[in-house]
Unconditional design. Structure first.
Length: 131
């Protein structure tokens, strides 16, 4: 399915097109003319949807950590369980991290968690932009 991406605020011009298949969404275009991917299922048809280290939706949090995911220690409800992990971070010169002041920002694979397992995988994620 193909559709236009609507931004959260009319002040932002996303100018992106979204393509959707079972368990995966890809958005392309915009000022950067890059693609982003959002995975919500372990497979689309017979194709396994995995991060470079093999992590898929439904992978346990412990197995994701064993595979190299990084627990950033952020919990929206104040408990000790993280809401997300990052994987495969790359420093981005000329940026500053919003989470770790005085450090360079990074791009990464963003892994969302719920009930002790991976619920979605997004790429690219970053810690230097607010949208």
């Amino acid at each position: 399915t193909e559709s236009e991406v609507e931004g959260p605020d009319p002040a932002y011009d996303f100018d992106r097109t979204r393509f959707e298949w079972d368990g995966v969404t890809v958005a392309v275009g915009g000022a950067d003319n890059l693609a982003s991917i959002f995975i919500t299922a372990p497979k689309s048809g017979d194709v396994v949807l995995a991060a470079p280290n093999g992590v898929t939706v439904d992978t346990s949090a412990d197995d994701a950590l064993t595979a190299g995911a990084i627990d950033v220690g952020i919990s929206s409800d104040g408990d000790t369980v993280s809401d997300f992990f990052t994987m495969n971070p790359l420093d981005v010169a000329g940026t500053s991290s919003l989470f770790q002041p005085d450090t360079v920002g990074s791009q990464f694979v963003f892994v969302e968690l719920g009930d002790g397992k991976v619920t979605s995988i997004h790429a690219p994620g970053d810690d230097f932009s607010d949208l």
